[in-house]
Ligand binder design. Structure first.
Ligand SMILES: [Zn+2]
Length: 168
């Protein structure tokens, strides 16, 4: 599971207020973090293995950040990325809206299926920006409140009739 490593101490990196550092589990190992809308991968160590150098997964990007070994929270960006951040925020917003719409249109489908459909074909960094499973489930339930209430209203007169008949 993706987990939050911590908040970055250094605030010199402008452009994004999101200073949370995430660890991103990957199939190839745990050497990927996500910070400020960019992915960072472990590169070489320098200063007699005192400093871990982090770089961009994009080969053409010169971005570099330094952090003491085992202390990624004190990441300091040395060279910026030469490209825009990912479209993650936009895509995540889009998927949330889709989930709401699906919840209203398919009122009998289990939340589990709607949620897994809303997460299909997302990248690691998009997935960690998606709402948690339980929060998505609450979203679905909220969207379905209206039809449920209508059903209850329809059932109520019947229950009154039944209750009346049972009295005899
Ligand atoms: Zn980059």
């Amino acid at each position: 599971m993706t987990r939050v490593i911590g908040k970055r101490g250094d605030s010199k990196l402008g452009g994004d207020s999101n200073s949370t550092i995430y660890n991103v589990p990957t199939t190839k190992g745990k050497n990927l973090i996500f910070f400020g809308n960019y992915e960072w991968r472990k590169k070489e160590t320098i200063n007699n293995d005192q400093i871990q150098v982090w770089g961009c997964p994009k080969k053409t990007c010169p971005a570099r950040a330094h952090a003491p070994i085992g202390d990624v929270v004190h990441l300091v960006v040395k060279t910026d990325h030469n490209h825009l951040p990912s479209r993650t925020k936009h895509i995540v917003r889009e998927r949330k809206e889709q989930l709401k719409q699906q919840a209203r249109e398919n009122t009998v489908l289990p939340p589990r299926e709607l949620i897994s459909a809303s997460r299909e074909q997302l990248t690691d960094e998009q997935l960690i920006s998606m709402p948690s499973y339980s929060s998505s489930k609450r979203t679905i339930e909220r969207q379905r409140i209206v039809p449920e209430r209508l059903q209850v209203d329809v059932q109520n007169p019947l229950e009154i009739v039944l209750g009346f008949l049972m009295d005899f």
